[in-house]
Design a protein around this ligand. Sequence first.
Ligand SMILES: Cc1cc2nc3c(=O)[nH]c(=O)nc-3n(C[C@H](O)[C@H](O)[C@H](O)COP(=O)(O)OP(=O)(O)OC[C@H]3O[C@@H](n4cnc5c(N)ncnc54)[C@H](O)[C@@H]3O)c2cc1C
Length: 558
Amino acid sequence: METFSQPPPELGNQYTRDRLLRSYLSRALPADVRASIEPQLMEMGELAGGPLYGFQRADRGNEPILTSWDAWGNRIDQVEHTPLWRAAEQLAAQRGLIAIPYERAHGEWSRVHQFALVYLFTPSTDVYSCPLAMTDGAARTLSASGNCELMERALPHLTSRDPRQFWTSGQWMTESIGGSDVGLSETRAQQDADGRWRLYGRKWFTSAVNSQMALTLARPEGNPAGGKGLALFYLETHDAGGALNNLSVNRLKDKLGTRKVPTAELTLQGTLAIPVYGLSDGVKNISPMLNVTRTWNSVSAVSYMRRAIALARDYAGKRVAFGAPLAKKPLHVDTLAGMQAELDAAFHLTFFLVEMLGREDAGMLRDAEPDLWRLLTPIVKATTAKQCVAVVSEALECFGGAGYIEDTGLPMLLRDSQVFPIWEGTTNVLSLDALRAVAASAALPAFGKCVHDLVAGAKDPRLSSASHEAQHAFTHAQRWLEAATARGTESVEAGARRFALTLGRTLGLALLVRHAQWSLDNEGDERALAAAVRFARHGVDLIAADDGSGESGLLADA
Ligand SMILES: Cc1cc2nc3c(=O)[nH]c(=O)nc-3n(C[C@H](O)[C@H](O)[C@H](O)COP(=O)(O)OP(=O)(O)OC[C@H]3O[C@@H](n4cnc5c(N)ncnc54)[C@H](O)[C@@H]3O)c2cc1C
């Protein structure tokens, strides 16, 4: 009996096939930088869409394994990564995914170089971006610390291209009493008789538990409650003989997604640690790490959107329904176009942030730009994470029933994406952070000027309504903030998410308008224009008329 079987979706070279990435790099990068990094992008694109993608599918059923005891009754707490992750670690070191911004061969453009590679690498390596993000964050935090001893000890490992020398780092912040409200942390730091600091407590979410080091928070004895009373500590997970540093891995968490990531609960039982800077202000002092990990999160979110759309588009050319491939069905094409418009905006938003991080690294941010960068980091993370979950969910539907079937590898994309809005600050927490960033700083006027300048160069009349929409949405957000501030803190807090996401979508649209005009002028390509028009139609201004009537009343049950 002959039965029909469907060819699976294929990817091909993920660099050469990515119109969005290539067009962005053509506009943004100086020609010599682009020429110098293009062979690396070609190679990573080939790997990501070919052998690495095949490896990922073959590794689908594997998960990290925690072995708590050896055969002789010794507590060992060893975690073994899956074969895909072991390969990903080697590849990440060799291709310099952490080293590139520290080598800074391309000056302010080194972050674009790094993250263009990360964007290609991430969706084929099942969130190996998680330990890499924390490693990059730790390298930056230590670089900024001025603590020469720790810099000399750890930086050569964190930024090594030699897999035998390469270290990853954990970021152990969350405790069961508070993840967002990390100032509640209960871990104590005490000096022993030799004057060495030892940590006691329980860390509730520690991904990358296999890392050689971690940055963590603990409260030195006698310090006051709250985030100010915490200090930032450096620790190594094992001693020179390979024994665990007085800590135990209680268990690996059983998670919805990110199942290759060994996220552990840990008990610290006198773990030796070194203060990074001073003995207080730990929450403030760990912020360089968060600026980096939130940027990685944004890049990972756009990379997952891109992967889901690449698969859905390929499938649309193969799957026949009602006499024609889905790619010929106007409504299916319209659905894909809507997803692509979201990706275009998220991509430009993310790489705008990446450019700013590169200029920050190079000490080039001027005037109000540091304030703007401080505002954009939480906004871009929050906006792109939400877009990613929506787009990847839609992409699964593009496959019909196959999108719901595990061994297609598709459901994993959605489960993994769902972490992007949660870790590194939830949407609400980041929205409140955005409010702090605009208070008493030049960030909001700088944001408005940025939107204005981006759309000012759009000459094509087909872009005028999108340009108008971006400017209008910004003005509305600004007016809302003034009015809500007059009403009081409760009004401001209640609207913070609408405010933050409006700013994110507004800047995404303005960047898309700028790129669309450039692409018309330089590439004769109308696709970015179509994305801008479409994205504007999706809705940018999310600030509903706020009459202060107290929507919390909606939650009353009786
Ligand atoms: C897979 C995974 C891996 C992780 N890995 C790590 C890791 O390696 N290291 C680490 O330190 N952490 C890690 N985390 C923890 C993660 O960062 C926290 O879960 C996250 O910060 C939220 O903290 P919480 O879980 O305590 O939630 P809560 O803080 O209890 O938040 C619950 C809800 O309340 C909302 N909320 C909180 N405060 C406010 C407010 N003031 N106003 C309005 N809404 C508010 C939040 O938005 C959220 O919706 C990981 C989490 C996951 C899922």
